[in-house]
Design a protein around this ligand. Structure first.
Ligand code: HEC
Length: 135
């Protein structure tokens, strides 16, 4: 039985290599490429940061009117792709909690961050795909 399993695994590995999936596909198994920034936010972020993006004081920092977010919106790209667990201060409140990485595509990162900038915070600034790729 064990041998059969072993052979089966090799066959699987063999097939896998033949397909040559790009690293990008492996890293981000997202199927929701067509969601808007607002839909992405509701799907991936609202559970912690809340639907109104005002967070929960001391646990989940706000993104709406967040001095931390608005001071450097590109830092949010890193927060999303790699998570965030260093102690941060948002609007005078210290957060020492943990945000896990969110597995969404580069394009989705652009859409969700621009939604947070333009619609949630009414700020006239956009990040682009090159910003995400460089992080
Ligand atoms: C499982 C809960 C959780 C999810 C899901 C989550 N976050 Fe966070 N997020 C946190 C926590 C907790 C922190 C603060 C971490 C710390 O203390 O360092 C944080 C920090 C941040 C920050 C920096 C601080 C601020 O509020 O300005 C941004 C920006 C952010 N998250 C954006 C997002 C976005 C966008 C998504 C969805 C794509 C998301 N987060 C999903 C929990 C979450």
């Amino acid at each position: 039985m064990r041998q059969i399993l072993l052979i089966f695994s090799f066959v699987l590995i063999g097939c896998h290599n033949n397909d040559e999936p790009s690293l990008k596909q492996l890293r981000k198994p997202s199927l929701s490429e067509d969601l808007t920034g607002s839909q992405l936010y509701m799907k991936y972020c609202a559970i912690c940061h809340q639907k109104d993006a005002k967070g929960v004081i001391g646990v989940f920092p706000p993104i709406k009117d967040s001095d931390y977010f608005l001071e450097d919106p590109k830092r949010a790209i890193h927060n999303i792709l790699f998570g965030q667990s260093e102690t941060i201060v948002v609007n005078g409140e210290t957060y020492n909690t943990m945000m896990p990485p969110v597995k969404i595509s580069d394009k989705e990162v652009v859409n969700v961050v621009n939604y947070l900038l333009n619609e949630v915070n009414q700020v006239d600034y956009k990040i682009n795909i090159e910003d995400v790729e460089s992080v």
